[in-house]
Design a protein around this ligand. Structure first.
Ligand SMILES: [Zn+2]
Ligand SMILES: [Zn+2]
Length: 153
């Protein structure tokens, strides 16, 4: 029997949102958001004025996309540019502080990617729903989620 492995690549910002030009950076995304808002007469999205490394946003996988939730609790989540080391929420302008925050990628991200990409997109979630709150408070994830990262469980 031939075992055919079909990989479903995880998507970063440039593969998650289609745009006239690929969205390979936060700045490119803001420009797209500005142009969409301009069509309805809305002001441009807020830009950061500084960086606060003491606050972290945590990268996770949702339906095959790398995203992070706003760490200021406004409820927004954003598709992540590949290799980004910081995060900015245009919805609440960094909790009204105007600062970007650190973006933390999961330990073992390479192994995690390989494991998740062996699944269909509809099953590409990490961490599990129960672990999601723990991810943000640094308490760690469950053995199953650690196993996906290729870490000791
Ligand atoms: Zn926010
Ligand atoms: Zn878990």
């Amino acid at each position: 029997m031939v075992n055919v492995v079909v990989r479903a690549p995880l998507r970063f910002l440039d593969q998650a949102i289609f745009a006239p030009r690929p969205l390979t950076s936060w700045e490119a995304y803001w420009a797209l958001a500005d142009s969409r808002k301009a069509m309805t007469g809305q002001p441009p999205v807020p830009r950061p004025t500084g960086h606060n490394p003491t606050i972290s946003a945590w990268a996770r996988v949702d339906d095959g996309r790398w995203i992070a939730d706003c760490p200021h609790g406004c409820g927004a989540a954003f598709n992540l540019p590949a290799n980004s080391t910081w995060f900015w929420c245009t919805e609440c302008a960094g909790g009204g502080q105007g600062h970007t925050v650190a973006l933390v990628w999961p330990e073992g991200a390479e192994r995690l990617t390989v494991n998740l990409e062996s699944l269909p997109t509809t099953l590409q979630f990490w961490p599990c729903a129960a672990c999601r709150p723990h991810l943000a408070d640094g308490a760690g994830v469950c053995p199953s989620c650690r196993g996906m990262q290729g870490l000791e469980v």
